[in-house]
Ligand binder design. Sequence first.
Ligand code: FES
Ligand SMILES: [Fe+2]
Length: 320
Amino acid sequence: MYRGWCQAAYEHELDARLVPVAVGPTPLVLARTPQGVRAFDAACPHRGAHLGYGGRLDGDAIVCPFHGKRIGLGAGAGRYRVREHPVLGYGGMVFVQPGAGPDNGFGAFLDDLAASHLFVPGFSRSVAVRADLVVENAFDATHFRPVHGIGNEPLFTILPGEPALPGEPTQTGAFTVTGTFVLPTSPWQRASAGTRSVSVPFVARAFSPYVVVSRLGGDHPYVTITAATPRPEGGCVIRFSLAIPTATHAAMPAERREGLYRYLMEHSLAGIEQDVPIWEHLVEPSAPGYDDADGVVVAFREFRESFRESCSPPARRMEG
Ligand code: FES
Ligand SMILES: [Fe+2]
């Protein structure tokens, strides 16, 4: 397990005031409060009941379903309390940073993005592969042609943390690469007749081993947010959402944009389905045979290791 931001849920999945979620082996409970969504350790510090299953939110406490104790939320006085974790809620996505850890400017980046983009929450797809390998995929330049059939082998350049393109939101500390894809024309790009492919500049930023935000530029830019969250039983849940420039959104009739956003979602899911057979049958070598073209993947793996921390379940009070 690594620390760092991950997407715990979509907001539309929070159908109760308390909702159980998990990030790898760490059980959490999300609470809808007047201050917004908050995240807490789920295990009752009395004897371990999961507060997300039958607990009741009551003011600044959760009443435990097992023995009825009031469990305080976050820091404060009192014997029984659960730890609170940082949460970011944007455009229907709920990000949590269990145990805090490196932020890498994710909140500031999303603030900037929200000022000029509209978020479109997308789909979820469970996959039997480690979450960090899904995020790493965005930085694996040499897989795009054989797996996804793009027209070139992009050369990625790692950026040392400054804005990636003129007009791009600023950020700090994310692992960022730029490159160019040669892609078949699509309904999104409204290519002129006779044009078969377009060159699209590409920027990908990982804010943690579990979240990558990519921007496809050119004349019709859009942003994708891919989050891979480890499941307790292994593998991960991929959640994929879009951020569309507000001006582009406003300029399109509602019917057209709904169709286009659906197209982008379906197209992106189809791309993930192309990766799945590789991911789910991967036999990871203990000593990979990297070549020169793997430099960006190796750099991503170094970035990933800066998040390493054994993420054990919350300590429980043992008595007697
Ligand atoms: S386990 Fe929660 S009150 Fe006992
Ligand atoms: Fe891929």
